[in-house]
Design a protein around this ligand. Structure first.
Ligand code: F0G
Length: 482
């Protein structure tokens, strides 16, 4: 439930900040949007940002910084080794998470790379509540595989279950028994489960996971990139945590982990990332790779300015009035769309609003990438840029066949404190128009398919002239309006 204080009587989420620096936006006409999406190979990653009105591609590295974060950047101590900025950041991590050791990395996947290279070998199996694209690719690179143990409810697009990111303890036991604990380097728990709609796990479920890990002597690794949303949901949705502070919940979570890693492009609203642990052994095992892949141990590929901003951002993450902004704006958007009968993932999670492409455009078969097609259509309909989170974001099976995703989602991310409510309303209006005209939307096919992480720079084309028809309908309905 939303915290009552943040809502007015008419159910509007309140911005608990004011805008002091702005970036001018452009909204280009529909003809230009048709051209731009074709030039981008129907891949929203390849659009130029100047052609985008609402950039809802991701919340990664695009969250608005606070005045205190910006101010802190001026005080950064710029040195290759032994920078005071590093000490300030390391101390802040210790204060918040209670961990002794910190290995800096230039972003989340760099931390994942260090983990995978250190712990994953040929035949390793990593159980996880749900995989993330870069995590899976890196584990696979070192000869391992991931085995998902998400609760069945997590894969239902519509639900009222508050913790769809929970692990199914019976499934976890089965994976361990089937694989044998020796082949399991660690269990990976992802906060704010990205690919199933930014859905949280509960503290209670995490404790059960820890118990099983202890039984079999398996390390528990937390991907804390989306921890801030998860913390907020634990606080407002988990009865036993209602009276705990965000700081207390964070500490309880951290105490359950052997290793925590994160992308600071999300957690801490800055750039960069890192790995924290209390285990001297784990620290020593991974430490050698930091100067090799990232940079010296006191910057790890990050700029000192970003490290200062991260230290302040992490402190601000402990403030409920800061971290409620993303979830509350997302909840508004999800509930408005749901009310109109438009298929969205429910309950609202963190990260963004997720349209269910399989129900939105059931006429598009999964091997014609419905979520990717909906992404292209959304751009044509309103210059709103989302991200495909479906079959396109999967890797092909080793035999070259398509691995059809469990869900076909178009993610419309909500960078924190970036968009105003009227911009969110514009997105809702464009989605509603597209839904009314959904019969016009067709599929996509690959023109150029990269072998790894193909969604980043793969190029596709429409299977028919559906995009021209959609644009013609737009002109018929909206005339010369943009
Ligand atoms: N883990 C999770 C849960 C993530 O969401 C991401 C990034 C990463 C790891 C990798 O971190 O980008 O700093 O290397 N997610 C971004 C997104 C890319 O748009 O969802 P990174």
């Amino acid at each position: 439930m939303p915290s009552v204080k943040m809502f007015t009587g008419v159910g509007i989420p309140l911005e608990m900040h004011k805008v002091r620096i702005v970036q001018k936006l452009r909204l280009i006409p529909i003809e230009d949007r048709l051209k731009a999406i074709a030039e981008a190979g129907n891949n929203t990653f390849l659009l130029q940002n100047r052609d985008v009105y609402l950039d809802m591609l991701t919340d990664s590295g695009v969250n608005a910084m606070s005045d205190h974060q910006l101010a802190s950047m001026i005080t950064a101590d710029d040195s290759y080794a032994g920078s005071e900025t590093f000490t300030r950041l390391a101390d802040k991590l210790t204060e918040i998470f209670g961990t002794k050791y910190f290995l800096p990395a230039h972003q989340g996947r760099a931390a994942e790379h260090i983990l995978a290279k250190t712990y994953v070998t040929e035949g390793s199996v990593v159980p996880t509540n749900f995989h993330f694209t870069t995590t899976k690719a890196l584990i696979t690179l070192y000869g391992g595989s991931v085995d998902e143990v998400l609760i069945d409810e997590g894969l239902k697009t519509t639900s009222t279950y508050p913790f769809k990111g929970n692990s199914d303890i019976a499934k976890l036991r089965t994976v361990i028994e089937k694989t044998g604990p020796k082949k399991i380097p660690f269990m990976r728990l992802e906060a704010g489960t990205n690919l199933v709609g930014g859905q949280p796990f509960s503290l209670e479920n995490m404790k059960e996971v820890r118990k099983v890990c202890d039984e079999y002597g398996i390390m528990l690794v937390l991907d804390a990139s989306l921890l801030q949303d998860n913390l907020y949901f634990i606080k407002i949705r988990e009865e036993s945590c209602k009276h705990k502070t965000i700081r207390e919940i964070t500490r309880e979570i951290a105490d359950l982990c052997d290793i925590i890693y994160f992308s600071a492009r999300k957690l801490g609203a800055a750039r960069g990332g890192g790995i924290i642990t209390n285990s001297e052994k784990a620290y020593r095992n991974m430490r050698v790779l930091v100067p090799l892949f990232e940079g010296f141990l006191t910057y790890g590929g990050m700029s000192v300015r970003e490290m200062e901003a991260m230290a302040v951002g992490l402190e601000e993450t402990m403030d409920e009035e800061v971290i409620n902004q993303g979830p509350q704006f997302i909840e508004y958007m999800v509930n408005e769309l749901d009310r109109k009968g438009i298929p969205v993932v429910t309950p609202a999670g963190g990260l963004g609003c997720h349209l269910n492409a399989r129900e939105f455009i059931p006429q598009v078969p999964q091997d014609q990438y419905p979520a990717g097609a909906l992404g292209a259509a959304m751009y044509i309909a309103g210059a709103v840029r989302g991200m495909e989170r479906g079959t396109l974001s999967e890797q092909r099976n080793p035999d070259g066949s398509e691995r059809l995703a469990e869900m076909e989602l178009l993610r419309l991310a909500m960078p924190r404190r970036v968009f105003t409510l009227s911009q969110v309303k514009y997105a809702i209006d464009r989605i509603t128009w597209l839904y009314e005209n959904r019969a016009l939307v067709g599929g996509l096919k690959f023109v150029e398919e990269p072998p790894v992480l193909r969604f980043f720079f793969g190029r596709l084309e429409p299977v028919s002239d559906w995009q021209t028809k959609l644009a013609a309908k737009f002109r018929a309905d909206l005339g010369d309006s943009l």
